[in-house]
Design a protein around this ligand. Structure first.
Ligand SMILES: Nc1ncnc2c1ncn2[C@@H]1O[C@H](COP(=O)(O)OP(=O)(O)OP(=O)(O)O)[C@@H](O)[C@H]1O
Ligand SMILES: [Mg+2]
Length: 320
């Protein structure tokens, strides 16, 4: 059955305009003025869209990852993507791909995440990203635009992607925040995946009650901003709003080590299951399972397939 699903899965394209080489390590305590001796370090090719591609790959699916890369960090980034055998199209840029830095403080189990600003893209560079996407739109498939926009890229960039996807007959999925999110929603997308913080900023409300969350998510369906809203609520699980109503899922019980990449894992599993032809409710369960499976792994490490499938089965059994 899996082979059949793989053969018939709809194509998925992911886009990462602001990728980051993720450097993660640990130290006893983060104290100013001292040399902080760190443990072993780990390098991962991060950034929203690429992480979505990596999760889909781990779960047995395939994507085409379009991303920018520049400078020596961009070179290292490309090699890491190649090493994971992820089919990709690279848009070269003059600036250097950024790095993000995550430090686990072992004495307290706190995690410090330093997220750097990306290099500025020239107009020719961001337009090149649009052209590469336009040439690769999978008819009937999915275009996942995820992550922040680097300096130089106009706020309506994801709105332009949404327009290209619609014209090309593909489903556009957006995971971003702030003005880029607002403009994409004004254009209209197939699915949007805000976290509670991101949707709260968008509607200028705390969204700390279930009712306010339901109202904010449903409003986006009602006004045509999106066909589906997958609102993720961290340790409280997630909510899915569709035109037929709202469903909620709590997280399965897991031991949490690090939630870095949880949202990307949620989205990766969601899109993969949709592309495999599963109903949205099934895809939504897989998404919560994958987000929580990534929370079980340390630092920047993403979910493992066996954990996702186990948690997915647990959530389906609960739904019966
Ligand atoms: N502490 C946790 N325990 C279990 N599962 C979690 C936890 N945090 C996140 N998850 C899982 O990951 C999913 C996404 O998490 P979250 O809502 O934090 O989104 P995010 O995109 O990572 O957040 P943001 O973009 O604001 O940093 C949740 O719906 C849940 O399935
Ligand atoms: Mg997120």
């Amino acid at each position: 059955m899996e082979a059949f699903q793989l053969m018939s899965a709809k194509p998925i394209l992911t886009l990462t305009v602001n990728p980051a080489l993720d450097v993660s390590t640990s130290t006893g305590r983060v104290i100013s003025g001292h040399k902080l001796r760190c443990g072993t370090s780990r390098l991962d090719p991060g950034g929203g869209g690429v992480n979505v591609s990596r999760v889909i790959q781990r779960l047995g699916g395939q994507t085409l990852a379009i991303h920018t890369a520049g400078g020596p960090t961009g070179e290292a980034y490309r090699r890491l993507i190649e090493a994971e055998h992820i089919p990709s199209l690279v848009v070269p840029i003059h600036g250097s791909t950024r790095q993000n830095f995550t430090v686990d403080e072992t004495a307290t189990e706190k995690q410090f995440r330093f997220v750097l600003e990306g290099p500025e893209l020239t107009e020719a560079e961001w337009r090149a990203c649009l052209s590469v996407v336009a040439e690769s739109i999978p008819v009937g498939g999915y275009v996942v635009a995820s992550g922040s926009l680097p300096p130089g890229v106009p706020e309506d960039f994801y709105a332009r992607i949404a327009r290209l996807a619609r014209k090309g007959g593909a489903h556009c999925i957006v995971d971003t925040s702030g003005a880029a999110l607002a403009q994409a929603l004004a254009e209209g997308v197939f699915l949007v995946k805000p976290s509670r913080r991101e949707l709260g900023e968008h509607v200028n409300a705390a969204l700390d009650s279930e009712q306010s969350q339901i109202e904010a998510a449903s409003a986006l369906i009602a006004d045509g901003s999106a066909e589906y809203v997958a609102l993720t609520l961290g340790e409280a699980g997630a909510m899915l709003a569709t035109k037929s109503g709202v469903i909620r899922l709590p997280v399965p019980s897991v031991q949490v080590l690090s939630t870095v990449g949880a949202g990307d894992s949620f989205l990766g599993a969601l899109v993969l299951r949709l592309a495999q032809g599963h109903p949205i409710e099934v895809a939504f369960r897989a998404a919560v399972a994958a987000g929580s499976a990534t929370a079980m792994t340390p630092a920047t490490e993403l979910c493992h397939r066996r954990d996702v499938e186990r948690l997915e089965a647990e959530l389906s059994a609960r739904a019966l």
